[in-house]
Ligand binder design. Structure first.
Ligand SMILES: N[C@@H](CCC(=O)N[C@@H](CS)C(=O)NCC(=O)O)C(=O)O
Length: 232
């Protein structure tokens, strides 16, 4: 029952945003290094930035910043001067920025065809639907749950609009576990790589080099992460 509620509300969150982040859009040049996003699940503005990264088929280091989190929030304060999320760092151009609308405009200019899709354009439609999506999952991934930090970086194959991937990203967010996000929306160049690595195209797919674990299934991944890293 709880699982059905989890999946149902996650589907509702994706529907509230009309499935943005399910499909890759027009692409421009590809960055040499992954970008870096400081964010947390449940934040509507962070959602917009993650959707843009999914549409643009970009690889990104996710640095989760749940409320009460000891690590990455502080890093944002030091680097940017204030606690505000999302915060994007692009090591390819040296740009660092707050403000989801600025981040989206920058990403489409730099790595798309320059045109921001309607559902990511600045304005009420984007912000209200992003808030509605968050309203379906208001607490998950928002608050820090004490956890030990992994020594080596985890990797997650996911795309923003997938309801099952969201459940895993929420767990990673609340545990403040950083990871390399391989976006694999429909049309993504990463899809064949995932098939080569995992044997089939299904997400979420988690890779944890610390324990030699590679696994599918959101529920099993959630349990694995909590058992391996949570401290309570
Ligand atoms: N206009 C900003 C708003 C960002 C914003 O208000 N973010 C909230 C989280 S949803 C925040 O940083 N809150 C401070 C905190 O979490 O400590 C944007 O679009 O990026």
């Amino acid at each position: 029952m709880l699982r059905a509620l989890d999946v149902g509300t996650s589907i509702a969150a994706s529907l509230a945003r009309f499935g943005v982040g399910a499909r890759v859009g027009s692409l421009g040049r590809r960055p040499e290094q992954p970008l870096e996003l400081f964010e947390f699940e449940g934040c509507p503005y962070c959602r917009k930035a993650r959707e843009a990264l999914s549409v643009l088929d970009l690889e990104v280091w996710i640095r989760p910043c749940p409320k009460g989190g000891p690590r990455f929030r502080e890093q944002v304060k030091v680097q940017g001067g204030k606690y505000q999320f999302p915060y994007l760092v692009d090591p390819n151009t040296g740009k660092q920025m707050y403000e989801s609308d600025d981040i989206i405009a920058y990403l489409f200019q730099e790595y798309g065809d320059g045109a921001v899709p309607v559902l990511l354009s600045p304005g009420r439609l984007t912000d209200v639907t992003a808030m509605l999506a968050s309203a379906w999952r208001p607490v998950f991934g928002v608050r820090y749950r004490p956890a030990r930090a992994p020594e080596q970086a985890l990797e997650l194959y996911s795309f923003e609009a997938s309801p099952y991937c969201r459940l895993v990203r929420e767990t990673l967010s609340s545990l403040e576990i950083p990871y390399l996000l391989h976006n694999v929306a429909k049309g993504s160049a990463n899809r064949p790589r995932l098939v080569e690595r995992a044997g089939r195209m299904m997400v979420p797919y988690l890779v944890d080099p610390n324990t030699g674990t590679e696994m599918f299934e959101s529920d099993a991944i959630h349990r694995y992460l909590v058992e391996t890293y949570a401290q309570t």
